[in-house]
Ligand binder design. Structure first.
Ligand SMILES: *Cc1c(COP(=O)(O)O)cnc(C)c1O
Length: 497
């Protein structure tokens, strides 16, 4: 029997894994969630003896049950290869009291590569399985890192096109340059005059626009999503937590069955949700530590049970977490409400109308495993300097948010002893200016590319290919549009009237 995925807002809307990947978002605007999370059928000790690709298969076969073994292995082997600059794919390092999962060794040096290098394989396999004749148009909103990772993944993949919208003034210079220099012939990139939430809302509206779907279909197209609302992103993200946990077992740092803490710098709630799903699959977790920047809507939510996005949107040094509407929280809400789609739909419609909702005391009780806190821009900078001064290790601004919140967690709870896995989500090279400014304000006088050379001197870490690539690459995408014009812009790209 195949695992069934269901919309968070309507019990009756169901899909197999491959159909859920193709659709991205459910027709009612809800998110697909698995009816249950199957338990691992190999022991943690046995997983500790496997490499990344083998662990990936053991996890993914349970979640994507309508893919054959051959299909899944082909997807896994196609994704995790020499595109990654570390043969382990996810090296685990110990710094500042945490086991750091370095998730940034893929093509675009952010953790999004872990999932977006496999999503195109899953998507095209799913299209084949379901006899889809239309071309798949990937529609993506990005706070900076998803955009390039999705472009890199889908560039020149036959049967697909990809359109990416990013907040024109809300991403780092390196992030923007990476996107606008994309060469893939099937790619389209546009800045919007608005913030990430505007981009994400615009994209979600296009997904649930039936007229648009119809005219797309008439022209031989259909939309899908590369955002973390797609379960084809979430499932590959479960893998590295189980991989990380079992590396600690392999190294003798923990015994199989010991509980760990998981620390995740959070924006759209996809990455931390994947760790929660991994725990439901059998990875023993004590607390999920949700780290936010100054856009601390999740911190407030975990504290009060009230989700309230009615507040100022703050641009920080960790732009990939500058988000007030964390889409994937909907999947947690659904679970907290006992898998009741009507309760979930009620809260989300409240959010759409008033910008806030309050969960029931019972739901709040159900989320005690989550701990939220946040770090200000100054705290992030101080933390980068502190860690650097400890042992010469340099973290990016997002990872620093997580480190800083982990410090706060230990101080507040006294839980110093539970080993912690911390998701390091980007290479410091992606945010060189903020990172070096934190270490010494004198660096601010230098140009972006001088800073990259300085960072190399300081860290001793090789400059990633992704950075070398953009030094000389020409800008190929120059479109900027208003948030109201996103639909028109997509139609222009697809040459639809
Ligand atoms: C996307 C991103 C995040 C946030 O991840 P979510 O899954 O949206 O919570 C954190 N750090 C970096 C560097 C990112 O690119």
């Amino acid at each position: 029997m195949d695992l069934i995925y269901r919309s968070t807002r309507d019990r009756e809307e169901t899909a197999t894994a491959s159909k859920a990947i193709l659709k991205g978002l459910a027709a009612d605007g809800g998110l697909f969630v698995p009816d249950e999370i199957p338990h691992l059928d190999v022991s943690l000790d046995d997983l500790a003896k496997m490499d990344y690709k083998e662990v990936a298969y053991e996890v993914m076969k349970l979640m994507l049950t309508d893919f054959t073994e051959e299909e899944l292995k082909k997807c896994i082997n196609g994704a995790y290869d020499s595109k990654f600059d570390d043969s382990l794919f996810v090296p685990v390092k110990y710094h500042h009291g945490a086991y750091v999962l370095e998730l940034f060794h893929g093509k675009t040096i952010a953790f999004k590569d872990m999932a977006l290098s496999i999503l195109p394989y899953l998507m095209t396999t799913a299209a084949k399985k379901n006899n889809i004749k239309n071309e798949i148009v990937i529609l993506t909103a990005t706070s900076g890192d998803t955009g390039k990772a999705a472009l890199a993944g889908f560039a020149d993949v036959p049967g697909t096109k990809i359109a990416v919208f990013y907040p024109k003034n809300g991403v780092s210079p390196v992030q923007e340059k990476q996107m606008v220099t994309e060469r893939g012939k099937n790619t389209f990139v546009a800045g919007i005059t608005g913030n990430f939430d505007d981009a994400q809302t615009g994209v979600k509206q296009m997904f649930s626009n039936h007229d648009l779907a119809k005219s797309l279909d008439e022209n031989g197209y259909q939309f899908s999503s590369a955002n973390s609302i797609n379960i084809g992103r979430l499932v590959p993200q479960m893998v590295y937590y189980i991989y990380g946990y079992t590396r600690l077992v392999a190294a003798g740092s923990i015994k199989a069955g010991d509980k760990i803490n998981v620390v995740v710098p959070t924006g759209n709630f996809g990455n931390i949700l994947a760790s929660y799903y991994a725990s439901l699959m059998g990875m023993p977790v004590n607390r999920f530590i949700c780290a936010s920047n100054d856009n601390k809507v999740l911190y407030d939510f975990f504290k009060t049970g009230i989700y309230d996005r009615n507040r100022e949107f703050i641009l920080t040094t960790s732009p990939s977490m500058d988000i007030l509407i964390s889409s994937n929280l909907e999947r947690l809400i659904y679970r907290l409400a006992g898998n009741k789609s009507d309760k979930c739909a009620e809260l989300l419609s409240e959010l759409a109308k008033t910008g806030k909702y309050t969960i029931t005391p019972e739901m709040k009780e159900n989320m005690k495993a989550f701990y939220g806190n946040y770090a200000s821009v100054d705290e992030v900078a101080n933390e980068i300097r502190t860690i650097y001064e400890e042992d010469g290790y340099i973290v990016d601004t997002h990872t620093s948010v997580a480190m800083s919140v982990y410090d706060k967690y230990k101080e507040e709870t006294g839980d110093e002893d539970t080993p912690a896995i911390l998701a390091s989500t980007a290479s410091p090279y992606k945010f060189s200016r903020a990172v070096l400014d934190a270490i010494n304000p004198e660096y601010d006088k230098k140009t972006d590319f001088e800073l990259i050379d300085e960072l190399k001197k300081l860290s001793g870490v090789k400059i990633p290919q992704a950075i070398e690539d953009i030094r000389t690459a020409p800008v190929l995408h120059k479109t900027v549009c208003k948030k109201e014009e996103m639909e028109k812009t997509v139609k222009n790209f697809l040459e639809i009237k």
